[in-house]
Design a protein around this ligand. Structure first.
Ligand SMILES: [Zn+2]
Ligand SMILES: [Zn+2]
Length: 320
């Protein structure tokens, strides 16, 4: 069973996205690329050189529902005459055109994002949204943890690896411990846990960093020999990368805890202090990261938390 990587251009800062083709029965595409003319053309060329075409695709499997990964899913499914689309059920919030706007607005307000900034961020989402067709429930089958995706000459096991998004999944080929990891594992950057509501209880926030740390350890327990990420080159030394991630996360934790003083700070204020130059989408990624870290620090009793005017204020915990 060959896993064929195809790199597709995206209009996003992160650069090209990797999708993976398994060109044997049932012909399967893992992630699709964004809905752009350039991505479709590059994908068609990639499929052609592997000896298949879009109409041969029987199964589209999504690591998660960010636009750069799922954007073409619906169009490909239609062209391939109702190929099956599989995605984890916790990915709903992202699948229907990212998070529903109201729910997301609520999360941003609680994080202390000023009203005019919330409006700015909404415009940015609207811009990003055009790169994906939303997938309704009846378009999708469910990816379940530990399920096997069977092929003519092998199988991939589904491993639910939440963190970057609640429904992020990885896929392991046990025969040689190759892992297709989406945005859970990226060679050059530490993936960002994105601000999301909890898939079980949408009134709460998804504990992205705590979940992410568990997922990283779970991938480690698979002893991967090769990790194929959603962006960038393959990772051959996961152990080294795992340690690097943990160090980066630990340093960021310490930095964020230091920024929380007796006066109190919102996640937004903390994000502006760490990333003063962030613009556009990066402001959202920055506040996502601050929230993820503050939630984690709070769960470990490293910072205090109170509500004031519908905003969460983090405070230093006194030493006595
Ligand atoms: Zn992503
Ligand atoms: Zn991505």
């Amino acid at each position: 069973m060959r896993i064929i990587p195809i790199s597709l251009p995206t209009p996003f800062y992160i650069g090209p996205v990797n999708v993976y083709l398994i060109a044997e029965d049932p012909v399967t595409l893992i992630d699709t690329g964004p809905k752009t003319k350039e991505a479709v053309e590059t994908l068609r060329a990639g499929l052609r050189s592997a000896g298949v075409s879009v109409s041969d695709i029987r199964r589209i499997v999504l690591t998660h529902a960010h636009e750069d990964h799922c954007g073409l899913a619906r169009a490909l499914r239609d062209e391939a005459k109702d190929a099956e689309v599989l995605v984890h059920k916790w990915e709903t919030g992202h699948r229907v055109g990212r998070l529903e706007y109201e729910g997301h607005r609520e999360l941003l307000v609680r994080a202390g994002v000023p009203r005019d900034e919330v409006e700015e961020l909404r415009k940015i989402y609207d811009g990003v949204r055009q790169y994906a067709d939303s997938l309704d429930d009846d378009h999708c089958g469910e990816l379940n943890d530990e399920a096997e995706l069977e092929f003519e000459t092998g199988a991939l096991q589904v491993v639910h690896t939440p963190g970057h998004t609640p429904g992020s999944c990885s896929f392991v080929r046990q025969a040689d411990r190759t892992v297709i990891a989406g945005d859970c594992v990226l060679k050059r950057i530490t993936p960002n846990p994105i601000l999301s509501s909890d898939p079980i209880d949408p009134s709460r926030r998804f504990r992205s960093l705590a979940e992410y740390l568990v997922s990283l350890a779970r991938v480690r327990s698979l002893s991967p020999t090769l990790v194929l990420g959603g962006h960038g080159e393959p990772v051959r030394d996961y152990e080294e990368l795992f340690m690097r991630y943990l160090r980066a996360i630990r340093e960021r934790q310490a930095q964020i805890i230091r920024l929380v003083t007796d006066d109190g700070a919102t996640a937004w204020e903390v994000s502006r202090a760490i990333f003063p130059d962030a613009d556009d989408m990066h402001r959202f990624l920055a506040v996502s990261e601050a929230v993820a870290h503050l939630d984690y620090a709070h769960s470990e009793d490293k910072v205090g938390l109170e509500m004031s005017d519908g905003r969460e204020i983090y405070r230093k915990i006194s030493a006595d």
